[in-house]
Structure formats: C-alpha cells, structure tokens
Design a protein around this ligand. Sequence first.
Ligand SMILES: Nc1nc2c(c(=O)[nH]1)N=C([C@H](O)[C@H](O)COP(=O)(O)OP(=O)(O)OP(=O)(O)O)CN2
Ligand SMILES: [Zn+2]
Length: 108
Amino acid sequence: MYTVTKRIEVSGAHCLRLPYESKCTRLHGHNWIIDVTCRREELDANGMVVDFTHIKDVVMKLDHAFINDIVKTNPTAENIAKWIHDQIPFCTRVSVQESEGNVAIYED
Ligand SMILES: Nc1nc2c(c(=O)[nH]1)N=C([C@H](O)[C@H](O)COP(=O)(O)OP(=O)(O)OP(=O)(O)O)CN2
Ligand SMILES: [Zn+2]
C-alpha cells in the first residue's frame, strides 16, 4: 500500500449558521492548515498515488475565498474536510486545523 500526504495552508473567511448565540455566526477568517492523505494499492502509470498538484488544485479553491460560497453545507471544519475528501481520488483522510488546538478529521 502506498500513501501520500500533502499539507496546504489556506486563508479564507466564513460564518457559521447556528441556532444558538455564537461569535462564529459573524464573518471571520482563519488560516486553515489542511492535511490530505491518499492511499492506493498500486501506483498509476506515472508512479503516483495521486499527483500532489491535483490535491493542491482542489484545496486551493478555498484560498482567499468566502467559504460559504464554495462549501454548500454549514462550513465547519468537519464539513470542509468532507468537501475536500469527496473531490480527491483515493483520499482516505482529511484533517482541517482551524486554529491551534481546533482540529476536525474526516476519514473513510
Ligand atoms: N466542531 C466545530 N466547532 C466549531 C467550529 C467547527 O468548525 N467545528 N468552528 C467554529 C468557528 O469557526 C470559530 O471560529 C472557532 O471558534 P472557537 O473554538 O471559539 O475558536 P477560537 O480560535 O477563538 O478558540 P479559542 O479556544 O478561544 O482559542 C466554532 N466551533
Ligand atoms: Zn470559524
């Protein structure tokens, strides 16, 4: 089994839709640190699990963006992780660190 992991930092803004009082419903920004892991039994014809550039292209859709316009579910770290996972072949795990100590992980 082969595994690749790519770390990308994206800057963006979002506001959460919450049914209770929270500062997070107001527009604010984060520098999200995102780790994407892909696993595959056999390499492709180019000797890759997945091209790091392809992973970067997906994640960078979020960079300098208003995340609510891109991720159609409530843009929590959890939902951002799932949104990334669903667009990358052979992706098994996405970790989204919103701030020091706040991390969400989606994995198969
Ligand atoms: N399970 C989740 N909870 C929260 C998320 C999330 O994505 N998943 N997101 C937020 C907000 O985005 C908010 O920006 C973060 O809130 P908070 O934890 O208060 O973040 P701080 O960096 O300000 O944390 P401190 O503990 O004060 O350093 C909220 N919840
Ligand atoms: Zn936030």
